[in-house]
Design a protein around this ligand. Structure first.
Ligand SMILES: Nc1ncnc2c1ncn2[C@@H]1O[C@H](COP(=O)(O)OP(=O)(O)O)[C@@H](O)[C@H]1O
Ligand SMILES: [Mg+2]
Length: 386
């Protein structure tokens, strides 16, 4: 490219924001499309366009002058991406892969077709038909399209649960007995070589069904560690296109490793890589976009990542506990610059890097005890007035 490369990103949330932080070091230009004019990328992108990434014409107009097109969310117009490929632009992920992943039914069938182990499932034309299949309970009902962060997923234990089932096409999946949830990031380069990160262990917050924290290396046996890496690599190779793949896995109580789902993009489970790995997931994406060699996934020591999720309602965000948290060596704060906090909304995260598991636990406990994002109190409640 004779000019500075222009990367057009569909979606302007925290993933895009962390991508921009790193892309600046390569002097690449990042253009961002997001419907929210106050999105976390709005003030940072070289060009920010307010608009819908799921609208074909909007995406085509937005990406017209880009060299590369990327995503930070799956629910984008694949038709537009296919046309952009036909125009000769580099699009990552491959629209063919995105088509499979956007539809949880197609994704599950893809794993089955490729002999990739995942929980047994069936496809329902309408989720409400789940009530006729109580013999398969306990199960998980998943809307085939549009879900994220636990929205569009429900546990079905009793016939009464099925009364709340979603309408529309769904996957009905056997509930597996989970010992641990793991995630493995894989980079697949143009020439088909792969780079695989250390598995991370995800710990969920049952209140929001969001990842509460993650840690790496995962506390699993060497055999499971190896199996998780190998399975994630198989998934990336089955998709057979350059990209960054975050593969979510279940380690079952009877010692099997199953694929849950894959995100063809940067992922919450890879945030620790910014400080804890030689190359972060965002650095890998940038290298992929520009056709540069992949970076090293080497993990330095132990790391944990805690999502900072809004508590206590809606309002202008106030971050509490920063002093206590950052006093611990190797602790880093990321705030996403969202203008409004809401209960359950991801507002930022904390990364703890430590030389061993014991000191990691200490830093993790400190961060969990002290860090909060709450709505700013009204003026009469301001501490200075008390
Ligand atoms: N078949 C299953 N058995 C047990 N737990 C499951 C199953 N499917 C999903 N879950 C639980 O629900 C969570 C969300 O499901 P997932 O398919 O990953 O949807 P999302 O798109 O919301 O991430 C998983 O991380 C896991 O905790
Ligand atoms: Mg998931």
């Amino acid at each position: 490219m004779s000019h500075k490369p222009v990367i057009a990103l569909l979606g302007g949330g925290q993933l895009g924001r962390m991508f921009i932080e790193n892309a600046l070091r390569y002097d690449a230009l990042v253009h961002v499309l997001d419907p929210d004019p106050k999105a976390p990328c709005a003030a940072l992108a070289h060009r920010f366009v307010p608009g819908r990434y799921d609208d074909r014409a909007t995406v085509l107009a937005f990406a017209a002058d880009a060299d590369v097109v990327g995503i930070e969310i799956e629910h984008v117009s694949v038709e537009a991406l296919e046309e952009l490929v036909a125009m000769g632009k580099r699009v990552i992920p491959d629209p063919r892969v995105l088509r499979i992943i956007q539809d949880k039914g197609a994704q599950k069938s893809f794993y089955a077709d490729h002999g990739i182990p995942s929980a047994p499932f069936s496809l329902l034309d309408d989720g409400r038909d789940a009530r006729h299949h109580t013999d398969r309970f306990p199960a998980f009902l998943k809307a085939r399209r549009g879900g994220y962060d636990g929205k569009g997923v429900m546990a079905l234990r009793t016939a009464a649960d099925a009364e709340q089932a979603f309408a529309g096409p769904c996957v009905l999946e056997h509930q597996v007995s989970i010992a641990k949830e793991l995630a493995v990031l894989v980079v697949r380069a143009d020439n088909g070589t792969t780079v695989v990160y250390d598995p991370v262990e995800m710990v969920f917050d049952p209140r929001f069904n969001l990842v509460d924290h993650l840690r790496t290396p995962a506390q699993v046996s060497a055999r499971i560690d190896e199996e998780a890496r190998a399975l994630a690599e198989r998934v990336a190779n089955a998709f057979a296109a350059p990209g960054l793949y975050a593969v979510e896995l279940f380690l079952t109580t009877d010692g099997r490793v199953l694929v849950n789902e894959t995100a063809p993009r940067a992922h919450n489970s890879g945030h620790h890589s910014i400080e804890a790995c030689a190359s972060s997931q965002f650095d890998q994406l940038l290298r992929l976009y520009l056709g540069l060699p992949p970076g090293s996934p080497r993990l330095n020591g132990h790391a944990a990542m805690i999502n900072l999720v809004g508590e206590g309602g809606t309002g202008e965000p106030e971050v509490q506990g920063l002093d206590d948290v950052l006093a611990f060596a190797g602790t880093f704060m990321h705030l996403y610059g969202k203008h409004e906090t809401r209960t359950g909304r991801k507002m930022g995260h904390i990364t703890v890097c430590a030389p061993d598991a014991g000191s990691l636990d200490e830093g993790l406990a400190l961060a969990k005890d002290h860090a909060r994002v709450v709505p700013r109190a009204h003026q009469e409640h301001e501490p200075t007035q008390r």
